[in-house]
Design a protein around this ligand. Sequence first.
Ligand SMILES: [Zn+2]
Length: 468
Amino acid sequence: MKLHFLGANRQVTGSRYCLEVAGKQVLVDCGMFQERKFQERNWDPCPLPAADIEAMLLTHAHIDHSGLIPRLVHAGFGGPIYATEPTVALADPLLRDAAQIQSEDVSYKQKRHTREGRRSPHAYEVLFTEDDVDRSLPLLRPCRYGDDIQVTPEVTARFFDAGHILGSAMIEVDATENGRTTRIVFSGDIGQKDKPIIRDPSLLNEADYIVMESTYGNRNHEQAGDTETQLAGVINDAVGRGGNVVIPTFAVERAQELIYHLGRLVHAGAIPQLPVFLDSPMAVDVTGIYLKFQSYCDEALLNMVNSNQPPLRFPTLTMVRTAEQSKQINNLKQPCVIMASSGMCNAGRIKHHLKHNIERPESTILFVGHQGEGTLGRQILDGRPRVRIHGQDFTVRAKISQIYGFSGHADHDGLVRWISHFKRPPRRVFLTHGEESVALVLAGEISQKLGYATQVPYYQEAVELTLA
Ligand SMILES: [Zn+2]
């Protein structure tokens, strides 16, 4: 029995593992590499021939776990892809959006190169098209948490709630070879405890081998405090100055979490009844999926449903779909809250709202998520006095604020709590999905404090799994 490490090794994105049992290959995740440094890998053919892969297990819908599925299907993969019901629903808008972003990027690059009179050394190509997405989605097989999934005659799998985004899963795999069964647990992305809407990450008891994420393996989230109180503070402050609050937001989870908090604040009278816009067609679609799969949500949200308080909705909230509606927001004379994507300000409608607000000292730009290096969001957050948006220079006069505590990932203490819950020592813990130095720190700590054997695998490394 072999485990191949095919992504998110000594870096964060591109999660992909292949378990080889009784001569059959089962893939776990098939994610896109998103760090600039590793993006070239997206173009490599899958290290194992696509047509030889029997089936896939998908932990959740985020693109760094699912984004290369259409490319694999294009290359000849046609097996079932097992995922939870919400993951199946979320994969549709997320993969379509990824296809669209690529085709826009390619035509933008082509235009720019023509204008600059040069040619790219690479062909103007996309990783996959919307047709590839259309051929991928029918392969998805919706499952429920706890169901026994017969993946191959030798492999059974079960999903458990990972508490990271709606439908996110950790996967317990029982693989039998030569009459002996080995249990391998894939943690997926482990969520933070006590988040609204979604449930807490599951704690599992038993495994022979564990493949564990380590995104925040070396640090704890800054004292989050009460995020809701902080949010009210930022809004009331901007309203007092007569300005808007512009929040760059990710379409999945972050947007819904913000709506949840804003709804509670409006109901409680902690902020005025001001107009609130969710200006992202994808985030609007995703919010619909959250409402459809309420049974996957946590008790607090279900209590709202049962007490006839509509969740993820309130009277002053407008879901914006069309570009025309989006433009009208800027004609509004009274203060409002505008949530728009992308979450790091490098694309999408958020750029338009920044153009209208960034030079207004009365407005606030509020960051609630990680801003990757080199992104417009990071430049603003780092305090650059002037930034470039759509080829035009703007002086930053708006107030810049940040609220921690919205992270979708467990921090160091959360990860240690999760790994400490196993009842007997696993044979080995593989640390993945974290920067190299971070994964190494967590590996060292786990072996020192818990006495477990640990390993931080390299890209394309294969490890023999034994019980002896
Ligand atoms: Zn994720």
